[in-house]
Design a protein around this ligand. Structure first.
Ligand code: IPD
Ligand code: CA
Ligand code: CA
Length: 266
């Protein structure tokens, strides 16, 4: 295992212990609002600090961008860790056991290492550039489909950008009538990890942040899939609007999404 992936796994597991222990004492969680339908808890913060301390112990000069503390510039900006200490905070707050730690490493701007760890199920998704994607050290691959019939797609509703509700519902409807079913589970990181593992056949969502998708994107790519923006291009990190699937199904998904793109979603 690549030494930097090893440190990322160590950090994810340490944060996972913080999160799962807090989940057992659910009534003690402190919650703050960050904006419309957007919350942070004392556990997000503690998990984030655990991850940063673990990374900094081995790589003190690396840069970090993390959801709750923002950007921490390091002397060696070629290396940037992209961290979501607890993806699925709303599930965590409600007591729904579906959330994960997401850690990615970018080297000279390219995704290089990825870890998504589900502390409740003990599922560790990992990927190193060019080395494939694994779930608990076993190789995983995206499901190959050339059409929507028979597929199950994961998605997220634009709960923080409700101005896009009509456009999103148009995309959802056109896809849903052709798929077998949809899933909205509440963790973008796990949605992408499940695409990589073939548990769902594709995924699309609007309004995500780089830390939601960085690790999941490398997992999907290393599992033989593609990740794009809503037009099939490469603006998904900047726009936060994402589609992920095997290459042929992604093309079909984008074809059904495109007619619903408003100017602010292009
Ligand atoms: C959220 C989850 C959710 C997605 C939201 C994200 P958070 O991340 O990934 O599934 O729909 O857009 O913000 O806030 O729990 O880290
Ligand atoms: Ca997130
Ligand atoms: Ca988060």
């Amino acid at each position: 295992m690549h030494p930097m992936l090893n440190i990322a796994v160590r950090a994810a597991r340490s944060a996972g212990t913080v999160i799962s222990r807090a989940f057992e004492q659910h009534d003690k969680i402190e919650i703050e609002s960050k904006g419309d339908n957007d919350f942070v808890t004392s556990v997000d913060i503690k998990a984030e600090q655990t991850i940063i301390d673990t990374i900094r112990k081995s790589y003190p000069k690396h840069s970090i961008i993390s959801e709750e503390c923002g950007e921490l510039k390091g002397e060696d900006s070629d290396y940037q860790w992209v961290i979501d200490p607890l993806d699925g905070t709303a599930n965590f707050i409600k007591g729904i056991p579906h959330f994960a730690v997401s850690i990615a490493l970018k080297v000279k701007g390219k995704l290089d290492q990825a870890v998504i760890y589900d502390p409740i199920r003990g599922e560790l998704f990992t990927a190193s550039r060019g080395q494939g994607a694994q779930l608990n050290n076993l190789r995983v691959r995206v499901k190959q489909h050339k059409e929507l019939s028979g597929t199950i797609l994961a998605t997220g509703f634009p709960h923080k950008q409700k101005q896009h509700t009509d456009a999103y519902m148009g995309m959802f409807k056109d896809l849903f009538v052709q798929t077998s079913d949809m899933r909205r589970a509440g963790s973008a990181a796990l949605d992408l990890a499940y695409v990589a593992a073939g548990r769902v056949d594709g995924y699309f969502e609007l309004g995500l942040k780089p830390w939601d998708t960085a690790a999941g994107e490398l997992l999907v790519i290393e599992a033989g899939g593609l990740v794009s923006d809503l037009s099939g291009g490469h603006e998904h990190v900047n726009s936060g609007n994402i589609v992920a699937a095997c290459p042929r199904l992604l093309k079909v998904m984008v074809k059904n999404i495109r007619p619903h793109l408003t100017p602010s979603l292009k």
